[in-house]
Design a protein around this ligand. Sequence first.
Ligand code: ADP
Ligand code: MG
Ligand code: MG
Length: 910
Amino acid sequence: MGQKSKKYVYFFGSGKADGRAEMKNLLGGKGANIAEMTNLAIPVPPGFTITTEVCTLYYKNKKRYPKELKKQVDTAMKKVEKIIGRKFGDPDNPLLVSVRSGARSSMPGMMETVLNIGMTTRTIPTLIRKTGNARFVYDAYRRLLMMYSDVVMEKAAGIETQEGEGIRQKLEHAMDRLKVDRGYQSDTDLTVEDLKKLCDKFKVIIKDTLKKEFPDDHEKQLWGGIGAVFQSWMGKRAVSYRKIEKIPEDWGTAVNVQSMVFGNTGYNSATGVAFTRNPATGEDMFYGEWLPNAQGEDVVAGIRTPNPVNKKGKTEDTKHIPSLEESMPKIYKQLYGIQKNLERHYKDMQDIEFTIEDGRLWMLQTRVGKRNGPAAIRMAVEMAKSKLITKEMAVQRIKPEQIDELLHPSVDPDAEKKAVELAKGLPAGPGGAIGKVVFTADDAEAWAKRGEQVILVRNETSPEDVHGMHAAEAILTAKGGMTSHAALVARGWGKCCIVGCSDIKIDISKKEIQVNGRILKEGNWITMNGTKGRVYEGKLKLLPADPEHNKWYKELMKWADQIRTLKVRTNADTPHDSTLARKFGAEGIGLCRTEHMFFGPDRIKAVREMILSDTLEGRKNALLNILPMQKGDFIGIFKAMHGLPVTIRLLDPPLHEFLPHTDDELNELAGEMGVPFEKLKSKNESLHEFNPMLGHRGCRLGVTFPEIYEMQAQAIMEAACELAKKKVKVIPEIMVPLVGHVKELEAIKNVVVSIAERVQRDYKVRVNYTVGTMIELPRACVTSDEIATIADFYSFGTNDLTQTVYGLSRDDSGRFLPYYVENGILKDDPFITIDTKGVGAFMKIAIEQGRKVKKNLKLGICGEHGGDPKSVEFCHKIGLDYVSCSPFRVPIARFAAAQAKLKEKTKKRK
Ligand code: ADP
Ligand code: MG
Ligand code: MG
C-alpha cells in the first residue's frame, strides 16, 4: 500500500459531517457551515464538499483535477445515495443534486450554482411517476436547462454576450412570450403542457445559440457543473468583486454537491431567505422573506415580490400577503427555533436559506449576515448587553468603515416635505444620496470617472453590475426584495439603496423612466432617501450625519474609549472645526495650521506687504498689523479647546504661495497695493523655486526671517495669557516645522522662549507652554538623539515624511501610484496608509533615539494617516501618545485605537 491519498472530498449528512465551521479555508464558507449545521443535528440535505485546494490545483495543473478526485467523489455520492435511498442517474429511482460554489468569504451572487442536476430523458419519466407531479418535474427541468446553459455552457465556456443577449435572457424571453400568448400573470400559471413544450423549445434555442446540445447525461452534467464553479472563480465578475473586496486570488472556491430538496412541488412547499436580526436596522427580530411553490433563486432574484416570514415583518406594501407564520405555523415555529439556535451558536447575526418540501423543513445555508454600519453597531451593542458576546468582542466586530457610515449624510426632512415624491420602494440601504440617473453599470462607471455623481437605476441588479454599483452614489431597482442582490451588495458597502420600487417603468432603449405620469431622462437629478425608501425629483439638500443621537453608537464609543490607550486629537484651524471635533471626541488639537489664517481677505494684504518690504523695519510694521488678528484666532481656538492641548504650527509654506502668479493678477494687485507692477513681478521671480517642497519653507523661513515667528509666538502667548487670566485653561504647544538639523530648532526655540517669557512677565501670569518640532525629514529621524535634547515633543508629519523618505512627490504621484496599487506593486497608497516598512522604520528610529535622551518625550502624528485605521494601529504599536486627524475621522480613529489595543492584548495572551 502506498501512502494514504489526500482528502479532497468532505462528506456531510445524517447528523454527521467530516468538516466543521472552523474549516472555512478548506471547505469555503458555505461548505464549512453546512457541515457545522449537520453536526448540530439541524436538517440539512446530505452531500459533499470538494475542497478549495482542488480549485488551486486545477489552475496550477492546466485545468486538470487531481487524479484521486473522481474516485473520492464517487465514494461520497454512494454515501449520499444510501441516506436518500435513490441513485444518481438511476432511471428507476433517480437522485438529483445541486452543484454550489462557496469561497472562504461570501461573495453574494458572484459564483454560480446549478440546481436539479441529474434530470435526463431517462430519469424524467420516473420522476413524474414517482412524484405524480408532472408540472413540478417540467418546471424543475426548465430551470436546469436555463441555469446549465447559462452557467456551464455559456459563462464558464468564456462566451461573451451583449447586454440582454445572453442565453439566459433568450430563454427567459421565450418563456415571457409564452406567458403573454396564454395571457398568464405568473410563472405558476404555466401548465404541464406549456412547460413541456417550453423545455423542448429551450433545447432548440440552446443548440442554435451555443452550437452544442444540452448534455442528456447525469455524469456529464455533474462534472460540467463542478468545472463551471471552478471556472467562475476566474470569471470577470468574480475577479472584479475580488478586486474591490481585496480577496486574494489564491484562496480558490470550494464546490458543494448536495442532494436536492424542492420548494416548487406545490403549495405545501416553499423557499425562503431570512436573517436572525433585521440587517437594515439591527433590530433584534427574526426577519425574512419566503415564496410558496418556488425554488431557490426565486426569492433572491426578485422575480416575484416575496412575502414576509412573520407578521412583525409586514410593511404597508406587504400587509395583505400571508406570512409563513400564518400559512405554515408549525414549520415557522421550527424555523424560528433553528435560527435562534444558530445565532446563539455562532454568536452573530446569521443569514439563512431554507426550503420546505411537502411540509418538511430543510436548511440550505447559514452564514454571518451582511449588514450596514448602523445595524452592525446596534446588533453588537445589544448582543453584548444580553451577554451573548463580550464588550470587547462587540468592539472588535465592527469595522471602522461602519462607524464612518453613521457619519454619512441624510436627506433634509424639511426639503423632503416640500419635494416632489416620485416613487416608493423598499428601504434596503439607509442614508441619503443625490445623483444623475444612469441605466447601465458601464455608464455609471464612466460618468463617475469623469467626476459626475450618479444613481444607478435598474430593473434588478446582477453580479455583472457590481462595478457600476460601486461607482454610483446609490442604487435604485424596480424589482426585488430586501434580500435581493442589489440590497445585499449595497448593504455590505453601506451604500444608499432602494429596491422593489415598482412605480418606476424603465425603458432601457429610450434611456428613460416613466413614473406616475412623469418622464425622467438619463442625466436628470434625483434624490433618494434610503432610510425610508423614497425617491424624489431633483437635487434635495443633504444633512450631515448626526451620530450624537444614536444611543448604540454612543455606548459602543464609550466602550472603545475605555479600552484604548492611544489618544486622539484633531487637525483644526478654526474655532468652528475645533468645536465640531470636540463633539466627535477629540482630545486636543494635534495640528493647527497658521497659514490658513494668513489667507483671510482682511489679512492677505498685510501678509503681502510684509513679503514685499525690503527692510526689517517694513516687515515688522506689516507683521504688527497681522498680530492682533492672529491673536484673535488663537483666542477663539483656545476657548473652544478649553482644558485640552493645542499644537500650533508656525508658518510653513514658502512665501510665494501668498502672491498671485499670472501677469493679469499681478497687475490687479499692483493697482490695489499701489506698488509698481515691475516690483511685484521681480519679487515674484526672485521668490520662484525649482522645487518648492524642498525649498525656502518651514523653519528655514523662521531662521532667516525670525520676525515672522516672533510675531506668531507673541500672538500665541498673548492669547494664552489673556485667557489664563480669565481662568481658561490653555495648553499651547508651539511646533516648529521641517526641522532637519538640531541647530535650526535651537535657534528658533531661543526666539520663541524669549518672547514667551517676556509676554508672561507683561501679563503677570504663567502658562504651561511647550516647544517641539514636526518630524518630517529623514535627517531629523536619524539625528533624533540631538533634536530631542531641545524638543519638548515630536509630531510626525507623515505626509512630508512619506514624500522625503520615498523621494515621491504626492502632487505628481497620480500618474503612477494608482497603477501601482491596482497591480499589486504596492499594497496600499503610502499617502493613505503609512508605509510601515520604510517610513515606519524612520519613525521607529526617531522614537527610539528620542526617548533615549528624553524619556517622556511626547509623541504624536499629524499627517493624513492619523485617520486611517491601519495606520492608527501602527501608531499604537510603535508607542505614540496620540494621533491627530480631521474632525470627521476622529470617531474612526478612536475606534481604530481601541481595536489596536485589543489586538495587542490577544497577541500577548497567545
Ligand atoms: P448563492 O451562493 O448564490 O447563494 P447557493 O449555492 O446558495 O448560491 O444556491 C442558490 C439557491 O439555490 C439558494 O437559494 C439555495 O438555497 C438553493 N439551493 C442550493 N442547493 C439546493 C438544494 N440542494 N436543494 C434546494 N435548493 C438548493
Ligand atoms: Mg449563486
Ligand atoms: Mg446561498
